[in-house]
Every structure is written in C-alpha cells, then in structure tokens.
Design a protein around this ligand. Structure first.
Ligand code: FAD
Length: 391
C-alpha cells in the first residue's frame, strides 16, 4: 500500500542502502525513509583498508551522495540525524538533528535497524599519546587519518587481525615503515592456522613490516616527532603515528534502550525479525540466528531476504559457506572460517608458493578452510564442498 507511515531504515551503510535498493526492486510506492548520523555518502567500506597505496581520496571512494541516493531510491533521507529512542509500542522514533534543531518524533510502519558496528573499546593504555592514535571505520575516519599522515613515515599498528593485516599491506605499499603489535602469536591468529598466518607474516616482513607477536602496548606517549609505545615484553617502539585495528562491536545501544533482545548483536531470527514484530535488523549490528558476521556477503543475503519480507512475502535468509578474500594483495588470501566451536582439526598443505589448510570434522566433512598464495586456486572447489553456516 502506498501513503501512510513509511518503512524506516536507520543507517545508510552497505546494509541500509542495499536493503533499500532490493526493496525498491519489489515495491516502488511504499514511502521509504532512511536516517543516518553521517552524511549518507554511499561507499564501499572494505576499500578503507586497501586505498592508501593508491592514494585514493575520500571523495574518490564515494560512489554516490545522499542526494543522489534519495533520487535513485525514491526515498527521503535524513542525514546528520541521530535516532536516540524507539517507542516500540506506539511505533515512534525520536530523532535529534546535529544542527541543534529540536528533537522530533516520527511514526513508522516497519522499522529496520542497520546501525553497523563501532570500533571495540581500547584496552587500557596509559600515556598522553592518544591524540596520535587513530581508528578507521568510516569515510570520515579515513579522511582524518590521511590528513594526519601528511609528512609522516612510521606507523605503529595495533592489531594484526583481518583489518590490521590489510592496513599493514596497504601502508607498506604506500611507502610507510610499519610495525605491528598483536597479543596473539601470529597474524590473523583467530582466523588462520599457524602455517597460513606465518605465511602472511613472512610476506609482510619481506616487504619491511615488523611484526611483534605475543605483545601488547601498555603505554603510548607523545614524543617530539611522534609517539613512543611501551610494550609489555619490555620493547619500546618509536613511530610518528598509530593506528588501532582491534576489532568491531555491534552498535546495539538503540535496540537495548528500546527493550529489544540483544546478545552480542541485536538478536534476530532468520527472517531478520527482532523481538518486536515490527522491527528488523541486518548488517554488522545484527546477530542472525546466533551468527554475528562483520562481512558484506552475509548482509547482502539478508538484504535480499528482508526486502521480500518487507514487500509482503516472508522470506528467511540462508547462509551458505562464506569465503572472505583478505585484501593482503602482497599475498592473496581467502578464509572461510569454521563456525566458532566447530569440532575438527586443520589439515595443512604448506609450500613456498602458498598454503592450503582445510578444517575437517572427525567424519571428514569440510567445515572451513584457509588459502594463501597459489593455494587460492582451490577456492571455488572448496567453497562448493564446504558445509553451509546455516544447516
Ligand atoms: P555501517 O557501514 O557501519 O553503517 C552503519 C550506519 O548506521 C551508518 O550510516 C551510521 O551513520 C548509522 N547509524 C548508527 N547508529 C545510528 C543512529 N543511532 N542514528 C542514526 N544513524 C545511525 N567485509 C568484507 O566482507 N570484506 C572485506 O574485505 C572487508 N573489509 C573491511 C575493511 C574495513 C577497514 C572495515 C572497517 C570493514 C571491512 N569489512 C569487510 C566489513 C564490512 O565493511 C561491513 O560488514 C559492512 O560495511 C557493514 O555495513 P553496515 O551497513 O552494517 O554498517
């Protein structure tokens, strides 16, 4: 039905915008309203950790403005506007614009939360060097970091997970001297078996990156030229600037305040329904039937399913095996992590040219895999064989 209260989507990241696009393929007339705390620029967030070496500006990463998206989607888009409260019973949102105007209330027909994930809180790090410690989780952050990098040479990277390794790969190719510190033994240790992690470590090190495993930064101080980091293993690192890539945390505050069920993310079933029948969630903020995945492929599957549900055909999402390309271009890597807690063991074929690691259950079933270098030739074959995440 057209007219009346709109379908409202909170968030214009890849989840919010892709849902809106999928919905408009099925329903051109229901009023659609998107609300975002940022400026509503459409961009591919994964490019943030693979664009420094190419010298890409934030403007070059932007693929459409909010104005262009409003036109494309035949939707209203409120930018620089924060949703601060949801009254689920009367289906009313409270909005606070950044320009100092009074807060406003807005009625919705259906509400979708696509509020994304923020950077996980920093561990306790003493010292006065925090103003030179950056994090990148938005186009605005990317702009701040690039600006602060001007004239700098040495970067201290906190975290050697997926995003940390991508930044190490990107920064070293952009000509920066990179030192990485991670509490675990080898890069990507929470996703990759040791042979594959060490393979990436060797590649990064052969391009000048220094990896400090089993170590944490305990103190960060300003020095004349930049910062000085004290590690808990006694080492001290001098750098110009620091970048932390210590993982993400679903933005669940709004859902919690509204009394919705929240686990690690906003809890939704396979139809992306929260504990309130008129409120849905997808993307980095949502834990879908127990799966909290900070990747684009699952949110695209959710967007397609939820669009159908919102257009009148209730449709569950189904996750198959989800291989993720790690953008360590110096050593191409693909990982398809087994479900957390899956029982099995790694079977590893390691050569100079690359690693092929298969995680198999006791019955021989393929539950996950990790491939580096020439090993990635097996990607499609293993993806087809691999057990789906959702049975
Ligand atoms: P976000 O992009 O975080 O969008 C959240 C939106 O919600 C924003 O518009 C924000 O303004 C809005 N919002 C939040 N709260 C409110 C509120 N209260 N009121 C109004 N608006 C609000 N994934 C891959 O699959 N492959 C990769 O290679 C890859 N690389 C990555 C590299 C980096 C550096 C990062 C940070 C992530 C990467 N990811 C990758 C993850 C992927 O980018 C995310 O899964 C995806 O972009 C999440 O989209 P989203 O729309 O859920 O969240």
């Amino acid at each position: 039905p057209s007219g009346g209260e709109p379908v409202v989507i909170v968030g214009t990241g890849l989840a919010g915008y892709n849902l809106a696009r999928e919905f408009r393929k099925l329903d051109q007339s229901t009023p659609l309203l998107l609300i975002t705390g940022d400026d509503g620029t459409l961009y591919s967030k994964p490019l943030l950790s693979a664009s420094l070496a190419h010298g890409k500006t934030p403007q070059q990463l932007a693929s459409a403005s909010a104005e262009e998206m409003a036109r494309e989607l035949n939707a209203e888009i409120l930018v620089h506007t924060h949703v601060t409260d949801i009254d689920a019973e009367s289906k009313v949102l409270t909005l606070v614009p950044e320009n100092g105007s009074h807060s406003a209330e807005l009625r919705y027909r259906k509400l979708v939360l696509a509020t994304g994930a923020g950077c996980r809180a920093l561990p306790a790090i003493d010292g006065d060097g925090h103003s030179r410690l950056f994090r990148i989780n938005s186009l605005g952050d990317y702009h701040r970091f690039r600006t602060a990098m001007v004239g700098r040479k040495r970067v201290l990277l906190l975290g050697a997970g997926l995003i940390g390794c991508e930044f190490a790969n990107d920064l070293t190719q952009a000509g920066f001297a990179v030192q990485m510190v991670d509490p675990l033994d080898w890069p990507l240790a929470s996703l990759l078996p040791e042979a594959a992690g060490r393979d990436i470590q060797r590649t990064l090190e052969s391009h000048g990156v220094r990896f400090h495993g089993n170590a944490r930064v305990t103190r960060l101080e300003r020095s004349d030229s930049g910062i000085r980091a004290q590690l808990d293993n006694g080492e001290c690192i001098e750098a110009d600037i620091a970048l932390a890539a210590l993982g993400l945390q679903a933005n669940t505050g709004l859902a919690e305040a509204a009394g919705l069920k929240v686990e690690r993310g906003i809890a939704v079933d396979r139809q992306l329904r929260t504990s309130d029948a008129h409120i849905y969630a997808l993307g980095d903020c949502a834990e879908v039937d127990g799966h909290l995945l900070y990747f684009v492929a699952p949110l695209m599957a959710c967007a397609r399913a939820l669009a159908k549900t919102l257009a009148g055909t209730p449709t569950p999402v189904h996750y198959g095996a989800i291989p993720v390309a790690v953008k360590t271009t110096l050593r191409p890597t693909t990982v398809c992590p087994p479900r957390p807690g899956a029982e099995g063991s790694w079977h590893i074929d390691s050569a100079e040219s690359g690693v092929r690691a298969e995680f198999r259950g006791a019955d021989g079933r393929l539950l996950g895999f990790a491939l580096t270098g020439a090993g990635i030739a097996a990607r499609d074959q293993l993806t087809a064989e691999c057990a789906p995440l959702m049975a």
